[in-house]
Design a protein. Structure first.
Length: 191
């Protein structure tokens, strides 16, 4: 590891120094709002809303519409991601006071120059970027499936009256007794 040392000579000290403008290290675009009490609410994820609470140093997730297994799986993936990045303390991740919510405490930084709230928002943004292709694929699949059902192509459809009639068709054969344990060939009604 290299160590850089700057040595100012008296001539350099006398020269007027320009103030450096700090540029952001990284930028991320999120659909977020700030609440009246200063909480940052992020709405980009398909399954959940994410709230970063700077005053309480917490991250809370709420299901968007329906509480399903996939929502809990998304919340679990988010907090696993934040634990791996060192943003959330693993011991503090638990269910919140609102039904379906999960929360975790943001870790206090050791370094004075690190803003833990900005790091949390940036990590959440990175998580959403990683999840976006999955949701795009899922939504495209759902749209294609619906289109196949509502507007099938010639290969998957027949005109009315085009299907010839046969004596036996499909999986339900006439004469077989169906019981709770499946189709039985021992008892067959004869016509």
């Amino acid at each position: 590891m290299a160590i850089n040392i700057d040595i100012n000579t008296p001539a350099d000290a006398a020269a007027p120094q320009e103030e450096e403008v700090k540029k952001p290290q990284d930028s991320i675009k999120l659909n977020a709002r700030k609440s009246l009490d200063g909480n940052i609410m992020i709405f980009d994820h398909e399954d959940m809303d994410i709230v970063v609470m700077p005053s309480k140093k917490k991250v809370i997730t709420f299901p968007k519409d329906l509480m399903e297994d996939k929502v809990y799986a998304s919340q679990d993936r988010l907090f696993y991601f934040l634990r791996k990045k060192g943003i959330v303390d693993p011991e503090t991740v638990h269910a919140g006071s609102v039904y379906g919510s999960i929360e975790g405490a943001i870790v206090e930084p050791i370094d004075e120059g690190v803003n833990n709230i900005q790091a949390a928002v940036r990590s959440i943004g990175k998580f959403i970027q990683e999840e976006r292709p999955y949701f795009n694929t899922y939504n495209n699949y759902e749209e294609d499936y619906e289109e196949r059902l509502t507007e099938p192509d010639d290969r998957e459809s027949t005109e009315l009256g085009e299907v010839p009639h046969e004596a036996e068709k499909g999986s339900l054969r006439p004469g077989y007794v169906r019981g709770p344990f499946g189709m039985s060939t021992f008892y067959r009604y004869e016509e």
